[in-house]
Design a binder for this molecule. Structure first.
Ligand SMILES: [Zn+2]
Length: 201
């Protein structure tokens, strides 16, 4: 049985402000065993799953982004790009990594669908900004993978969109472990606060 919090609907009664949790690219290909795995994703999945459930119960809008590339995507090494083939639309590698799964009221955002768009950010050609505006979302927390690529790009675009942005330091994983601190420092310098998940909620 799920405990429901009195806080309700994630809306601050005084301001009408809503919040969203953006879970970036927690997909099979980006997790251990995948073609482009971030580091140490095994330790991420269980705490992320329980945090998503808690946030959902508190009325926070849950947003899942997924890389969703055409097979001829420009970011793939075979097409001259920097990355191995990953997250091709409709393949197993592009699925959310179990036990992470989207619920009925969650938003699912597929990005990187055009051959030449990098698609690092969940806001790039996805309509996410408009959807959040429609929901009166003013504050977001960003988590998922990979810290120095899609988490970073999504957080930067969220800030650019005028949202209050936090990056959840316990629920992100980098491709390169050395990239975490410089990325968090860069984001903090731009007004994107590092936060521990429980303190954000
Ligand atoms: Zn990609």
């Amino acid at each position: 049985m799920r405990a429901r919090r009195a806080r309700g609907r994630g809306v601050d009664g005084a301001t009408g402000m809503s919040r969203a949790l953006i879970v970036v690219d927690v997909q099979r290909d980006f997790c251990e065993g995948g073609t482009l795995a971030a580091s140490d994703t095994r330790s991420l999945l269980a705490p992320l799953q329980s945090f998503i459930a808690e946030a959902r119960d508190a009325g926070v809008k849950i947003v899942f982004t997924q890389d969703w590339h055409p097979a001829n995507h420009s970011s793939f090494a075979r097409n001259g790009g920097p990355w191995p083939v990953h997250c091709v639309a409709g393949t197993r590698g592009a699925e959310l990594m179990p036990p992470i799964e989207a619920g009925a009221g969650d938003l699912e955002i597929r990005k990187g669908q055009e051959v030449d768009a990098a698609g690092y950010s969940g806001f790039e050609n996805t309509g996410l900004r408009a959807q959040l505006q429609e929901l009166n979302v003013e504050a977001v927390a960003v988590c998922g993978v990979a810290t120095e690529y899609c988490v970073r790009a999504t957080a930067l675009d969220a800030k650019q969109a005028g949202l209050q942005v936090a990056v959840l330091t316990d629920l992100i994983r980098p491709v390169s472990a050395a990239a975490t601190v410089p990325t968090l420092l860069e984001l903090a310098g731009l007004g994107i606060a590092p936060a521990v998940s429980q303190s954000w909620l």
